[in-house]
Ligand binder design. Structure first.
Ligand code: NOJ
Length: 543
C-alpha cells in the first residue's frame, strides 16, 4: 500500500526537531498543583511536579494562561500580557519554572491570546474612553443600525450577540467570546506591533514557543457581512452554531499575521508555534502557511470530534495525511481544557485504545493533564458551575468545568493537589484513581501511558517513520509504522467492546506483541489472522 504524504515523511527523517519527536503535555495551571494552600494551582506547584513529567517522558509543557486577568474566562481574558497573576505566583516563580524545565531537558510553551484582551486591559480602557482616543481603533467599534440594533448578526461563542453597546461613546464593540473579552482589531498595524512586542518579551526570557489561542479568529471580514444561517443546526448545540462563521473567522488576511508571528519566532533559535484552530482539514492545513511560513503545528482536533468508529477514523487519518503539505508536520490531540475528557467520550476501556492511537500515529501528540491516569469528567452540581460557557447556556450542559478538575496525585485529602478545599471539586474516585496508586500497578492507565511513551520515544519508526494504513472494518483499525531499517510495527486497535477478527487481505506478516491494553497478551507471537478481545489494542514488532 502507498504511504500517504511521502515527501514530508522522508524530508524530516534525518533532522528531527524537539517539537517533532517529543510529546507535548498541557497543564491547566489552576488545577495541577497548589503550593500555597489557597485551593488553586500555581507555578511553584508545577515546579514541584516537574520530576513527574520528566519521569513520564514528555518533552514540552504547555501552560494555559498564567497572566494577570479578572478571570471572567479563567485567564483567557488577559489584562497584562507581560505579568504573572498573583494567584499563580510572581515573575521570579516564572523564571524559576523556566529554568527548572530547561534543567530537565524539557521545553516550556506559553499560551498567547492575541484575538482579544480583557475589558480591564489598559488598552481597552483607553479605547472605550472616547471616540477620538488614539487607541479607539485598536478594538472593533461600530455604529448601531438605524433602528438601534447590532451592526450585524454575529453571535458570541458563549451565548447571545457578539456586540456590546457602550453607553458613553454610543457605539457597539465586537467580542467573539464574553463581553469581558473585546476583540482586538488586527487590521490596525499598532495592534500587530504591540502583540509582536509581547512575543519578543517572552521569547527573550527564553520560552520555547506559543500556543496561539483561536488563531483562525484574528481577522474578520472587512465589510462585516452577516453570517449565513447554519442549515444543520441542532438545538443541543451552542447558540453560536446557529450561524456559519463564514465572515467572522478564517479570513485570508489572517495568514499575513501568522506569517508575521512566525518571523518573530524565527529570529530566535528552535522556537515553535502551535495554532488553536477548529476548522475542517482542508482549511486547517492552510495554517502551515505558504512554504511552511505559518504555524509549526496547527492543532489537529479530529480525534476530539469524530465518531469513535474504526472506518471513520481510518478515513480521517488518511485524509489528514493526504492533505498535509510537503512541509507540514502532523500532530494529534486527544483532550484539552475545552472538551469532555476522552474517558467520558469513549469510556474507560476505549480510552486505553485511544492512548495507543494517540501515541503511535505519525506526528506530535499532545496529552491533556490527567488523561494519563484516566481522569474522567467530574459531575459538577449546577450551584458550583464556574465556567461562563456553562453558566450562560445552562440548559445545554456545555460547562467545561468537568474536564478541569484538580489533578489526582494520591489518596490523601484533596488528592495531594492542595491542603485546602480546591477551587473545583475533585472526582469522588480520586482515592483509587491517582498517580501514586497507579504508578506500580501494571494494569493501570498510567502504566500504559508510561510504557507507550517509552516505546514511542525509543523507536524511530514511531517518532520519524511513515504511516501506512493496513486495514479497517467496522471494528478494527490497523496501520504500520516503518522507518528505513529500524524495527517496523503493526498497530491493531479494536474500537468496539466485542471480540473482533483481524484479517488483512494482502499483508502476510509475523511478529511479536510488544505492548497490549491487555498486558497478559504481551510476548505472544502472531501472524496474519488473529482474534482480538473487545477493547483491545496491540502493538506488534514485525519480524
Ligand atoms: C480558546 C480557549 O481554549 C478557551 O478556553 C477560551 O475560552 C477561548 N479560546 C477564548 O479565549
Amino acid at each position: 500500500m502507498t504511504p500517504y504524504g511521502m515527501a514530508s515523511q522522508s524530508q524530516v527523517k534525518n533532522q528531527q526537531l524537539w517539537w517533532q519527536s517529543g510529546i507535548i503535555y498541557q497543564i491547566y495551571p489552576r488545577s495541577f498543583q497548589d503550593s500555597n494552600a489557597d485551593g488553586i494551582g500555581d507555578l511553584q506547584g508545577v515546579i514541584n511536579r516537574l520530576d513527574y513529567l520528566k519521569w513520564l517522558g514528555i518533552q514540552a509543557v504547555w501552560l494555559s494562561p498564567i497572566y494577570p486577568s479578572p478571570m471572567a474566562d479563567y485567564g483567557y481574558d488577559i489584562s497584562d500580557y507581560q505579568g504573572i497573576h498573583p494567584i499563580f505566583g510572581s515573575m521570579d516563580d516564572f523564571d524559576q519554572l523556566l529554568e527548572e524545565v530547561h534543567q530537565r531537558g524539557m521545553k516550556l510553551i506559553l499560551d498567547l491570546v492575541p484575538n482579544h484582551t480583557s475589558d480591564q486591559h489598559p488598552w481597552f480602557l483607553e479605547s472605550k474612553s472616547s471616540r477620538d482616543n488614539p487607541k479607539r481603533d485598536w478594538y472593533i467599534w461600530k455604529d448601531a443600525l438605524p433602528d438601534g440594533s447590532e451592526p450585524n448578526n454575529w453571535l458570541a461563542m458563549f451565548g447571545g450577540t457578539a456586540w456590546e453597546w457602550d453607553e458613553t461613546t454610543q457605539q457597539y464593540y465586537y467580542h467573539a467570546f464574553l463581553k469581558e473579552q473585546p476583540d482586538l482589531n488586527w487590521r490596525n498595524p499598532e495592534v500587530r506591533e504591540a502583540m509582536m512586542n509581547v512575543m519578543h518579551y517572552w521569547l527573550k526570557k527564553g520560552i520555547d514557543g506559543f500556543r496561539v489561542d483561536v488563531m483562525w479568529h484574528m481577522v474578520k471580514d472587512a465589510h462585516f457581512r452577516n453570517n449565513p444561517i447554519n442549515p444543520d443546526y441542532q438545538p443541543h448545540q451552542a447558540t453560536v452554531d446557529q450561524l456559519l462563521a463564514v465572515y467572522s473567522t478564517d479570513q485570508p488576511e489572517v495568514h499575513d499575521i501568522v506569517r508575521q508571528m512566525r518571523e518573530v519566532l524565527d529570529a530566535y533559535e528552535e522556537r515553535m508555534m502551535i495554532g488553536e484552530i477548529y476548522l475542517p482539514v482542508h482549511k486547517l492545513v492552510t495554517y502551515y502557511g505558504e512554504n511552511g511560513s505559518g504555524a509549526h503545528l496547527p492543532f489537529n482536533f479530529q480525534l476530539l470530534n469524530l465518531p469513535w468508529n474504526a472506518t471513520q477514523l481510518a478515513a480521517a487519518i488518511s485524509q489528514y495525511e493526504g492533505a498535509l503539505p510537503e512541509y507540514g508536520w502532523p500532530n494529534w490531540v486527544l483532550g484539552n481544557h475545552d472538551q469532555p475528557r476522552i474517558t467520558s467520550r469513549v469510556g474507560l476501556q476505549q480510552a486505553r485504545v485511544a492512548a495507543l492511537l494517540l501515541l503511535t500515529l505519525r506526528g506530535t501528540p499532545t496529552i491533556y493533564y490527567g488523561d494519563e491516569i484516566g481522569m474522567q469528567d467530574v459531575p459538577i452540581p449546577f450551584s458550583e458551575v464556574q465556567d461562563p460557557q456553562g453558566l450562560n447556556m445552562p440548559d445545554k450542559n456545555l460547562s467545561r468545568d468537568p474536564a478541569r478538575t484538580p489533578m489526582q496525585w494520591n489518596a490523601s485529602t484533596y488528592a495531594g493537589f492542595s491542603s485546602e478545599k480546591p477551587w473545583l471539586r475533585l472526582s469522588s474516585t480520586y482515592r483509587r484513581l491517582n498517580v501514586e496508586s497507579e504508578k506500580d500497578n501494571p494494569f493501570s492507565m498510567l502504566t500504559l501511558y508510561k510504557r507507550l511513551i517509552d516505546l514511542r520515544q525509543k523507536e524511530l519508526s514511531f517518532t520519524a517513520g511513515d504511516y501506512i494504513p493496513v486495514y479497517s472494518d467496522q471494528q478494527i483499525l490497523a496501520y504500520k509504522r516503518t522507518h528505513e531499517n529500524a524495527p517496523a510495527f503493526l498497530i491493531v486497535l479494536n474500537l468496539t467492546h466485542r471480540p473482533a477478527y483481524f484479517k488483512p487481505e494482502h499483508d502476510a506478516f509475523k511478529g511479536t506483541i510488544v505492548l497490549s491494553t491487555l498486558p497478559e497478551e504481551e510476548g505472544q507471537e502472531v501472524d496474519s489472522y488473529f482474534a482480538l478481545s473487545g477493547d483491545q489494542g496491540i502493538i506488534i514488532r514485525l519480524h
